[in-house]
Design a protein around this ligand. Structure first.
Ligand SMILES: Nc1ncnc2c1ncn2[C@@H]1O[C@H](COP(=O)(O)OP(=O)(O)OP(=O)(O)O)[C@@H](O)[C@H]1O
Ligand SMILES: [Mg+2]
Length: 465
């Protein structure tokens, strides 16, 4: 529970009948994902003031989030009797109708909501209605960086030429944004040679030689899970894979999937996979996949299960053909992933991303030194002084060293270039962050090493030959 929420709770103990305070508490509970508690707070207000409009609305929203659709509908109707111009109540009814697949009713209610209050325009709803049967062709939508829906430009189409239909066709109208085409490639990732080779073998070559694979009747696709301690380059190498690859690459943030409204997260997952299927060969990258099971923003307990099931069934290609779709996932808590994720055809290949060894660290240092005012830096020497450091730790050393010199530079008013000694001094001050990860990882590897999944951790720790 956050500090604010605690403070509110304490304040309520002193004045339990304070309506504004209860309202604030309820809203904060919703923000924290504590839906049931929020519901209690709204009921408390209604017991004090039966027709309190905001509390009635809050209570209707809570019911909706809890999946109690009829209760939500009753509340919304009550509100409209009391206040026929309440656009928010129409929005709640819209969601209920969408959930019941009653799209024309949903459209009516949504139109009313917007008539009453144009600021209630909700691209999420519009996307749902657009994908519903019997609809005129609406505008193209995408999910923005902040998870909101937004209009997107037709994506950049600098892909390798291919004879299939032009990109930017149907797939992009499904409601999802961009193919990422980051500038970063393997050159921007220091060291990790073994992993790069594995990625080439398991991901790049199969994607690039799809025809050959077809000739041998071998499917490409499935899932690869990258796991390892924080800051060791899982996200970085995944993004760099996109730059290396001659296939489409879609990076998905979980915020792009998780949606407050019931059922929408599942729909978003489906849209993403459909987009990939229509644009094969394609890599779908889910960063921090473990959060799929655990994100607090997904408000109902059972919803987590539904979401996982939706994700798994998309991975299985239960309803559709996933040939040519490779799912890449990254996590530093693979043990929090439901074991169902690792069944054949899902994330059945795992790659451990360990902290860099000394030559790896030297390579990372060489990548990071570019464009910095460095007089001399002995990468090898610094690498020797930074055992157990992750890439992120090395970055911290660079930042710290820069700070030292900057302080001096400000005193003298001149640019003072960095030297090896500054870095070594900084390295002494910084504690590597990987050790604590290995402390807990070791226990999982020793005591719940499903099918040898974590052997690489044991090898790294010298506990397995
Ligand atoms: N091999 C590397 N070469 C260059 N920079 C690196 C390398 N590894 C890590 N870094 C630096 O460390 C930062 C953190 O790496 P990244 O975000 O990829 O770690 P991660 O394994 O995804 O961590 P987390 O588990 O916390 O998500 C990168 O942004 C980069 O600055
Ligand atoms: Mg990461």
């Amino acid at each position: 529970m956050s500090n604010d929420l605690n403070a509110l709770k304490q304040a309520l103990q002193f004045s339990p009948d304070n309506i504004p305070l209860n309202l604030l508490y309820a809203q904060s509970c919703i923000d924290e994902g504590m839906i049931d508690t929020a519901g209690e707070a709204y009921e408390k207000i209604l017991s004090l003031e039966n027709d309190h409009l905001d509390a009635r609305l809050g209570s209707a929203r809570v019911a909706l989030l809890q999946g109690k659709l009829s209760q939500a509908a009753v509340r919304a109707e009550q509100i409209l009797q009391q206040s026929p111009n309440c656009g928010e109540a129409y929005i709640i009814l819209t969601h209920i109708h969408i959930n019941e697949s009653e799209y024309s009713l949903a459209r009516q209610k949504y139109t009313k909501a917007i008539e009453q209050n144009p600021s209630l325009k909700d691209p999420g709803i519009e996307a749902d209605l657009k994908n519903a049967p019997e609809t005129e062709r609406p505008q193209r939508m995408g999910i923005g960086d902040d998870g909101s829906y937004a209009q997107t430009e037709a994506p950049d189409t600098q892909y390798e030429d291919s004879d299939d239909e032009p990109r930017g066709g149907e797939a992009f109208d499904l409601g999802l944004s961009d193919f990422e085409r980051p500038k970063l490639n393997f050159n921007g990732v220091g060291g990790m040679e073994a992993l790069k080779e594995e990625i080439r073998m398991k991901i790049l070559y199969p994607m690039q030689h799809a025809d050959l694979f077809k000739a041998y009747d071998k499917k490409i696709g499935g899932g690869v899970l990258l796991y390892g301690p924080p800051g060791c380059g899982k996200t970085l190498i995944s993004k760099a894979t996109a730059g290396e690859i001659k296939a489409n690459f879609i990076a998905i943030g979980l915020h792009q999937i998780l949606d407050m409204w019931i059922g929408n997260s599942e729909k978003n997952i489906h849209r993403i996979f459909e987009l990939a299927r229509k644009n094969t060969p394609c890599v779908l990258f889910f960063d921090e996949v473990d959060a799929l099971a655990a994100d607090r923003r997904d408000l109902r307990q059972s919803a987590g299960r539904n979401l996982i099931n939706a994700f798994l069934s998309e991975m299985d290609g239960a309803q559709s053909e996933n040939d040519g779709v490779l799912v890449l996932g990254a996590t530093n808590a693979p043990w929090h992933l439901d074991p169902a994720f690792r069944r054949p055809g899902r994330f059945d290949r795992t790659l451990f991303v360990p902290p860099p060894d000394a030559p790896g660290r030297a390579a990372i240092i060489d990548v990071m030194r570019a464009d910095k005012p460095i007089e001399e830096l002995n990468a090898k020497a610094l690498a020797q002084k930074t055992p157990q450091f992750s890439g992120a730790d090395i970055k911290a050393v660079f930042d710290l060293a820069t700070e030292y010199v900057l302080t001096e530079a400000m005193k003298s008013g001149k640019v003072i270039p960095l030297k090896t000694a500054d870095f070594i001094r900084a390295a002494k001050r910084h504690k590597p962050t990987t050790a604590s990860w290995f402390d807990s990882a070791k226990n999982y590897a020793l005591y719940s090493n499903q099918g040898g999944m974590y052997d690489e951790i044991l090898q790294y720790l010298g506990l397995l030959k």
